[in-house]
Design a protein around this ligand. Structure first.
Ligand code: 5GP
Ligand code: ZN
Length: 137
C-alpha cells in the first residue's frame, strides 16, 4: 500500500522516533508547526476516526496525554493542541490515522482558527435533534 506512515513503520523511510511500544510509534513531524510537534501513529493501518476501533482510539489518546506531559517537562511547552484530521476536507493529507500533539509557546506563529457562521435559531434545534438521534452509544 502506498502509505507514508506504513513505510515509516516498516523502516523504509527514516523518522525521528520519541516512543514505541507494541501498538504505536510517536515521531517528530517532518514539517513541524512548532518545535516538538509529535505524531502518534498506530502500527496497524486505519484510515481515520471512522475506521479505527474504539480501544485503539482510547489508547492513542492516552499516549497523546503522556506525550503532552513530556513536551511540557522537556521543552517547556506552556500549552498543547491535540489535533486530528479526518478526510480531505478536514485537512487530512496522510490517510493513516494519527494524532498531532502540538506544543504551544508564548508568541509562536501557529494559527488555528475558523470564522463563526451564523445559524438561525430553529435550524440550531433541528441540527441538535438530528445529531442527538444519530449518536449510537
Ligand atoms: P494530516 O494533515 O494528515 O493531519 O497530517 C499529516 C502530517 O504528516 C503533516 O503534519 C506532515 O507534516 C506530516 N508528514 C508528512 N510526511 C511525513 C514524513 O515522511 N515523515 C514525518 N515524520 N511526517 C510527515
Ligand atoms: Zn498506513
Amino acid at each position: 500500500m502506498d502509505c507514508i506512515f506504513c513505510k515509516i513503520l516498516k523502516g523504509d523511510i527514516p523518522c525521528n522516533k520519541v516512543f514505541e511500544d507494541d501498538s504505536f510509534i510517536a515521531i517528530l513531524d517532518a514539517f513541524p508547526g512548532n518545535e516538538g510537534h509529535v505524531l502518534i501513529i498506530p502500527k496497524s493501518h486505519y484510515e481515520n476516526i471512522f475506521d479505527i476501533d474504539e480501544q485503539t482510539l482510547k489508547n492513542a489518546y492516552g499516549l497523546a496525554q503522556k506525550v503532552a506531559f513530556a513536551l511540557k517537562s522537556s521543552l517547556g511547552a506552556e500549552d498543547i493542541n491535540i489535533l486530528q484530521n479526518n478526510g480531505e476536507l478536514a485537512g487530512q493529507t496522510v490517510n493513516h490515522f494519527h494524532i498531532h500533539v502540538l506544543p504551544r509557546y508564548k508568541d509562536d506563529k501557529v494559527i488555528i482558527k475558523s470564522e463563526p457562521v451564523e445559524i438561525e435559531k430553529n435550524k440550531i434545534e433541528q441540527i441538535r435533534q438530528n445529531i442527538e438521534k444519530n449518536i449510537n452509544i
